[in-house]
Design a protein around this ligand. Sequence first.
Ligand SMILES: Cc1cc2nc3c(=O)[nH]c(=O)nc-3n(C[C@H](O)[C@H](O)[C@H](O)COP(=O)(O)OP(=O)(O)OC[C@H]3O[C@@H](n4cnc5c(N)ncnc54)[C@H](O)[C@@H]3O)c2cc1C
Length: 421
Amino acid sequence: MQTSYSYLIIGSGAAGVGAATEIRKRDANSSVAIVSEEGACFYSKVLLTDYLRGKAAKEKLFLRDEAWFAKQKIDFLANVRVKRVDTVGKKVFTTKGALSYDKLLIASGVYPKKLQVSGADRDNVFCLWNMKDAERLEARIAEIKKSDKIKQRAAVIGGGFICQTFLKIFISRGLETHLLMRGDWYWPRFIGQEAGRLLEEKFLENNIILHKQEKVKDIAQDDDTLIIKTEKGKEIETSLVLAGIGTEPNIDFVAGTDIEIDDGILVDQFMKTSAPHVWACGDVVNFYDLVLETQHRQGNWANATRQGRIAGINMSGGHEVYEELTFFLIDVFGLKVMFLGDYGRDRADDVVVRMSVKQKKAREYYFKDNRLIGACLVGAPEDRLLIEAAIKAKIELNKEQRLELADENIPLGQSKLYANK
Ligand SMILES: Cc1cc2nc3c(=O)[nH]c(=O)nc-3n(C[C@H](O)[C@H](O)[C@H](O)COP(=O)(O)OP(=O)(O)OC[C@H]3O[C@@H](n4cnc5c(N)ncnc54)[C@H](O)[C@@H]3O)c2cc1C
């Protein structure tokens, strides 16, 4: 078995495979390997949702198979876990022995945080982050679909980005669906209460049973039924629990190295880490955002793919920066929610909320030092290009201009922000 590679990549997701593809395009002869805890293929995590909703066959999820990797002369070291990295000796220690590298890429993504309550380790308490999780969840859904109607129920715990995806899965499968959240509205970290109400309407239209301001204390079990007990004394019976309470970067194996960490692996605009010969990209990084002139961590497919490409270029002798404005769109039961730029509400020093109550639109603009750094558009996807341009142009609005922007009675077109509409 080959144990030394010119390019060694940890992770077989969008970022790792994107980088390997780019490296091979630019360097036809050097040895390239991907080490992954998962099986020898590349699939779309985004489409896991469609698979679980019964809208896509499992085969449709696979984007690259073993034959493709063989043809590209990329060694796919499947079902191998990296335990430690030695950046001085340029070695990676795995569950199947040590590998040497000339250049290393870390594209190990994130893992879902575990619920920290008693009973969280029960069989029918799930998380959803990879194919194995999806297969386990699918098996349980299929099982309960065969049981009495009363048993056909599921509960989602958490207010994370991904929970609305979980709700769509259960509703599509005809399960009685509960959502337990700590806050008074969904996504309190990302949107305000008024925008939250628009999402809540969608949940209620889809018969989702909401349990607001509830903190789970314990998950008990009676025969095949799970009983979620909350701190306020509520008890919710269900056949499965799916938790979505946030993610953490997969970085345990870099401990003790000279790779700098701060909520993910710190990289510059070239996807380069602080250690020589080591790059990183995708969900695992806290990257330097050239547009916003700040470091931040973002988890989405487009960023992972594009950063993979940039890392691949720079590892193989190129010199290209990552300069993309973060953008992603989520369809919450037909309501389009768009996040642009830096949407971490807590990083903004002023959040301007403009509600168009009759049109069921909420626009939230995030400002720092008067500069627009991000936005969340609920039901207003038509603003996308204009807002993107404004963030890139570093548009500034003073306090008075921000108050006008928030005022529904003043036409949007009168705002400096929308001047180019
Ligand atoms: C259900 C679901 C729905 C989603 N929907 C959307 C969506 O609609 N839009 C969107 O933009 N994004 C969505 N995402 C997020 C998106 O899929 C991720 O942002 C993207 O896949 C990140 O790619 P990545 O390559 O950085 O990491 P990953 O795809 O997580 O790949 C990391 C790889 O590294 C491997 N690895 C980790 N640690 C080790 C180790 N120690 N040793 C060996 N291998 C290791 C992992 O097994 C994995 O194969 C969704 C995610 C999920 C789970």
